[in-house]
Design a protein around this ligand. Structure first.
Ligand code: NAD
Length: 465
């Protein structure tokens, strides 16, 4: 099937590459020329395990190409994915200006046949119909430019006059950065929202290889469940899923803060809770709070939508407020251990918002750096990806070290911010000797307390008094 993916970030590039890998002919479009040049030369602009190799293979085999020419992409694709960013505005509302620009652009290039336009971006409820309207506006504007301002027709009428038909589908994405390729081939479910059975039929055909698990870790499993529903419900599923996961983390963080006060260990508590099949173990790791490019903006956007429709989403607001407080926990613990932070040197282990990604958007490390700077501390950091790539170049207020020992040198305390697997294997005994005060705040409850104590550290976890 001929596919066009517009926006080649963590979602678009992975989606396009994986669809090409299972045999579709994919053109990826991005308006960032530099990125397009990089991808055309076989390099991935993002770090995602397994992605570069697959990109190169599909490109060499002629199923995957990259362009900044939206018209060429629209012309190529029978299915057009919109996968651009939808960051939060200061009000918490989703900023849909990139989606709008793409929808308008699609409209201005549609000139024949039937296309399915897919909202892959996480977009506010109602965006399916809104995208349809913008595409029609794009069609009408182009026609107006062609025939002159005096002869204005509605987008609907122009579309039918020039033989253009299209439907909009909501197909929210659930991949996790750091395992995005794996998640695309091994999804828990595929959600398709549309009022058009024709569009749903096209999407079912498109996803057939993934549903049949042709590239899955275990192809013998039963097919991937596909939930087909209406547009608004599909859009809501994405927000509700992320809001639930964020709330689950805020819940265990609140329990951790109570554990700290009463002398219980939240790791044991989470273990005991997670064994209950109604609860499960996932998303019950207490720590320094959630961040990244999705949870903060998606929970805020849902609260904003609720406000718009006259509902006070107080549970979600509390989840956000617990998270704000949790981001201060490492500072509070540092103050308890070191008293005055002014003039102290703090080393951060990890900068990215989670392991196996280079994404720094809304990472808890950024808040820590800002707060520690404000309190007069010097901040150093080591991160397996950021220290080796140019990702950290724009960071201010932090010295990015090239290895863990240089990080430890002369530090008054370390804070483990990201649970990179390789941090389990660091030579902590050597690092402790290099530090002024061998204190570690384990912001992810990731390290073994006894091992750290044997290495010479004073170990402080979250909710593990
Ligand atoms: P991103 O910021 O990494 O990538 C967006 C890309 O779109 C960029 O390469 C940008 O240059 C490009 N772009 C912007 N305007 C464009 C235009 N007019 N024409 C062509 N390209 C344009 O974003 P992302 O993290 O991939 O997220 C995309 C969407 O998917 C968001 O709505 C996000 O909420 C959602 N989502 C993200 C994740 C995730 O883990 N990152 C997971 C699920 C859903």
């Amino acid at each position: 099937m001929r596919v066009c993916v517009i926006g080649t970030g963590y979602v678009g590039l992975v989606t396009g590459t994986c669809l090409a890998h299972v045999g579709h002919e994919v053109v990826c479009v991005d308006n960032n020329e530099e990125k397009v040049k990089m991808m055309q030369s076989g390099q991935s602009p993002i770090f995602e395990p397994g992605l570069s190799e697959m990109m190169q293979k599909s490109a060499q085999e002629g199923r995957l190409s990259f362009t900044s020419d939206l018209g060429a992409g629209v012309d190529h694709g029978d299915v057009l994915f919109i996968a651009v960013g939808t960051p939060a505005l200061p009000s918490g509302e989703s900023d849909t200006r990139y989606v709008e620009a793409v929808a308008k652009g699609i409209g201005s290039h549609l000139d024949r046949g039937y296309k399915v336009i897919v909202n892959k971006s996480t977009v506010p409820i109602g965006s399916g119909d809104w995208v349809r309207m913008i595409v029609l506006d794009g069609i009408a504007e182009r026609q107006q430019a062609l025939v002159g301002a005096g002869n204005v027709s509605s987008g609907d009428r122009v579309a039918s006059e020039i033989g253009v038909e299209f439907d909009v589908v909501s197909n929210p994405e659930f991949l996790r950065e750091g395992s995005a390729v794996y998640d695309t081939f091994n999804p828990d479910r595929i959600v398709l929202g549309s009022n058009s059975s024709r569009a749903l039929e096209v999407m079912t055909q498109l996803y057939e290889p993934i549903v049949k698990r042709v590239q899955a870790e275990d192809p013998s499993l039963s097919p991937v469940p596909v939930l087909t529903t209406d547009l608004s419900s599909a859009e809501m599923i994405k927000y509700a899923a992320n809001a639930f996961l964020a709330t689950k983390i805020s819940f265990i963080n609140e329990v951790a803060n109570i554990c700290d006060r009463v002398g219980a260990d939240v790791v044991e508590v989470a273990k005991g809770m997670g064994l209950d099949s109604r609860i499960g173990h996932k998303f019950l790791q207490a720590g320094i709070g959630w961040g990244g490019s999705c949870f903060p903006k998606d929970v805020s956007a849902l609260v904003h939508t609720a406000d718009d429709y006259g509902y006070d989403a107080s549970l979600l607001k509390s989840a956000i407020s617990v998270n704000h407080h949790q981001r201060q926990i490492a500072i509070e613990k540092l103050q308890k251990e070191l008293k005055i932070l002014k003039g102290k040197t703090i080393g951060l282990l990890g900068l990215t918002f989670k392991p196996d990604t280079d994404d720094m958007r809304d990472a808890p490390s950024l808040i820590l750096i800002e707060q520690l700077n404000r309190l007069g501390a010097k901040v150093k950091a080591y991160d397996p990806i950021v220290s080796q790539t140019g990702v950290g170049q724009g960071l201010s207020g932090v010295i990015v070290e090239t290895d863990p020992e240089r990080l430890a040198d002369s530090c008054d305390a370390l804070v483990l911010v990201t649970d990179w697997q390789q941090f389990q294997k660091l030579d902590f005994a050597k690092m402790a000797l290099l530090m002024t005060h061998p204190v570690i705040i384990d912001g992810r409850n990731f390290l073994n307390r006894e091992t750290m104590q044997q290495a010479g550290f004073r170990y402080v976890g979250v909710g593990r008094s």
